[in-house]
Design a protein around this ligand. Structure first.
Ligand code: ARG
Length: 458
C-alpha cells in the first residue's frame, strides 16, 4: 500500500503505478533526499515537534539507508512511487514509530523542490571543476603556440593572420563565461524551499532558516507557492549547459575541419580517434562529432523545460516531474563530453608548419599592405583599392605579396619601397596587432596571464 493509502479504497492499477512512478530516474537523488530529511528532522527536534529519541532513530536509520544504498546492499524498489517515498517507507520499516514522524510539517512538493536544488548544486560543482580542467589544458596548449602563425578566418575564408594561441584563448574566454554563468545560477539555486509545505507552509512552528543553514544554503524562499513551483534555476542551468555544449560544438566543428586532409592543422592522438570498418586509411574525429551531435539534445532540453512550465498554474503540478529526465540528461551529457574533450585537446598534435604554409597563401597580409600605404600618406580607401589590384595581379601571375618584385609594387604606387617586405611579413603582421585583445605574442601572453590569475581566484 502507498504511504498515502488512507483515502483510497483500491490499490493503484499496476500500469498507472508504473506510469506515475519516477523512481527509475529520481533514485539518483537519494543522497540529497537523505540530507534534506536529516536537516528537516533536526529542525523538528530543535523546535520540540519530535523528541530527541525520534531524532536519533531517524538520523541513524537514514544513515544506515545511505550506507546500504552506497554499498549496493539496499536496492531501489522499482514499484516505489519515487525516491522520496522509497526512503521514507524504508525508514518506517526500520523505525515504525519515529519513521512515521519524519514527514511532519513537510510535503513531497517542498521535499522534491529541495532535493533537486541540492542535487543540481553538487552536479554543478563537478561541471565547474571540469570546465576549469578544460581551460587549464587549453591555456597550456596556448602557451606553446603564442608564435604559431595561423590563418584567421571570416566566412571560412582566409582573412588575417592570428596565432593558434589566440584562437585557443578565444574559447577559453567562452568557457570562462560559462563558468561564471554557473556561478550566477547558483545564487538562485542555493535557496531553500523547505517549509513551503504542499503549497501554503504549515501550522507547526518550524525554523526554515535553520534547515537552510544546515544544508549550506544562502537563504530561504519567501513565498511558499513559488517555493514549491519554481524551476527557473533548473531552466537556467539547462541553458547554461546548452551554452557549454554550443561552445564545445563550435570548437568540435573546427577540430573536425582541422584534422581533415584539406587543412591538416592538427592530428588527433590515436587513442582519441577511430578507424573505419571498411576504409583502411581513415582516422575519424568521432569524439568531436559526437560532442557536436550531442549539443542538439542539450540545446533542446531548454525548450522542453520552458514548454513544460509555461502553462502550469500555481503551485505544484505533476507535470513538473518531467523536469528531471531532461535536466539530468543535460547534466549527464555535459559531464560525459567535458573530460573526453579535454583529453582530446591535451593529446592532439599541432602541425605548426602546415598552419604557417596555409597562412602564407591566402593574402592574409593584404590589410597590412594597405595599412603600409596609409602610413606612407595614402588615404585608406585608396590604399585598399591599390592592394586589391595587387592581389588580383598576384592571382593572375601565380604570386603572393611576399614574392612580388619591388618594381611591380612600384608600378601600382610609387611610394612602395624595400620596407614593404618587412611590413607584410606575417610575423610583423601579428606583432603589430598588439592592441589589447589582439594576437600579438606579447598581448596574447598578457591575456593568458590574466586568465591564469582569474582561474586561480576561482
Ligand atoms: N516525484 C514527484 C516529482 O518529481 C515528487 C513530488 C510529488 N508530489 C505530489 N504531490 N505528487 O515531482
Amino acid at each position: 500500500m502507498a504511504l498515502w493509502a488512507g483515502r483510497f479504497k483500491k490499490e493503484i492499477n499496476a500500469d498507472v503505478n508504473a506510469f506515475n512512478s519516477s523512481i527509475s530516474f529520481d533514485a539518483r537523488m537519494y543522497k540529497h533526499d537523505i540530507m534534506g530529511s536529516q536537516a528537516h528532522a533536526k529542525m523538528l527536534a530543535k523546535q520540540g515537534i519530535i523528541s530527541r529519541q525520534d531524532l536519533d532513530e531517524i538520523l541513524q536509520g537514514l544513515n544506515d539507508i545511505l550506507q546500504e544504498i552506497e554499498e549496493g546492499k539496499l536496492l531501489f524498489d522499482p514499484e516505489a512511487e519515487d525516491i522520496h517515498m522509497f526512503i521514507e517507507a524504508e525508514l518506517t520499516k526500520r523505525y515504525p514509530v519515529s519513521g512515521k514522524k519524519l514527514h511532519t510539517a513537510r510535503s513531497r512538493n517542498d521535499q522534491v523542490a529541495l532535493d533537486l536544488r541540492l542535487y543540481t548544486r553538487d552536479e554543478m560543482n563537478d561541471i565547474k571543476n571540469m570546465l576549469i580542467e578544460l581551460m587549464k589544458v587549453m591555456i597550456e596548449k596556448a602557451k606553446d603556440h603564442t608564435h604559431t602563425i595561423m590563418c584567421g578566418y571570416t566566412h571560412l575564408q582566409r582573412a588575417q593572420p592570428i596565432t593558434f594561441a589566440h584562437h585557443l584563448m578565444a574559447y577559453v574566454e567562452m568557457f570562462y563565461r560559462d563558468y561564471t554563468r554557473l556561478e550566477d545560477c547558483l545564487k538562485r539555486m542555493n535557496v531553500s524551499p523547505l517549509g513551503s509545505g504542499a503549497l501554503a507552509t504549515t501550522t507547526y512552528p518550524i525554523d526554515r532558516m535553520f534547515v537552510a543553514q544546515e544544508l549550506g544554503m544562502d537563504d530561504i524562499m519567501y513565498n511558499s507557492l513559488d517555493g514549491v513551483s519554481d524551476r527557473d534555476y533548473a531552466i537556467e542551468l539547462a541553458n547554461d549547459l546548452a551554452m557549454i555544449m554550443m561552445h564545445l560544438s563550435r570548437l568540435s566543428e573546427e577540430i573536425i575541419l582541422w584534422c581533415s586532409w584539406e587543412f591538416k592543422y592538427i592530428e588527433l592522438d590515436d587513442a582519441y580517434a577511430t578507424g573505419s570498418s571498411i576504409m583502411p586509411q581513415k582516422k575519424n574525429p568521432d569524439i568531436a562529432e559526437l560532442v557536436r551531435g550531442k549539443s542538439a539534445r542539450v540545446i533542446n532540453h531548454v525548450s522542453t523545460l520552458l514548454t513544460m512550465m509555461k502553462g502550469l498554474p500555481l503551485a505544484y503540478n505533476k507535470d513538473m516531474q518531467e523536469d528531471k529526465e531532461t535536466l539530468f540528461d543535460s547534466i549527464d551529457q555535459v559531464k560525459m563530453c567535458l573530460p573526453v574533450f579535454t583529453d582530446m585537446i591535451k593529446t592532439m598534435k599541432v602541425n605548426v608548419e602546415r598552419m604557417k604554409e596555409c597562412a602564407a597563401k591566402g593574402f592574409i597580409n593584404a590589410t597590412d599592405c594597405a595599412d603600409y600605404l596609409v602610413k606612407k600618406g595614402r588615404a585608406f580607401r585608396e590604399a585598399y583599392k591599390t592592394t586589391g589590384q595587387l592581389v588580383a595581379y598576384c592571382i593572375d601571375h601565380d604570386e603572393v605579396l611576399e614574392t612580388l618584385p619591388l618594381n611591380v609594387y612600384q608600378s601600382f604606387d610609387e611610394v612602395f619601397d624595400e620596407d614593404i617586405y618587412q611590413a607584410i611579413s606575417l610575423l610583423t603582421c601579428i606583432e603589430n596587432r598588439k592592441v589589447e585583445g589582439g594576437p600579438a605574442p606579447v598581448t596574447c601572453q598578457k591575456a593568458i596571464e590574466r586568465m591564469v590569475k582569474k582561474l586561480e581566484a576561482l
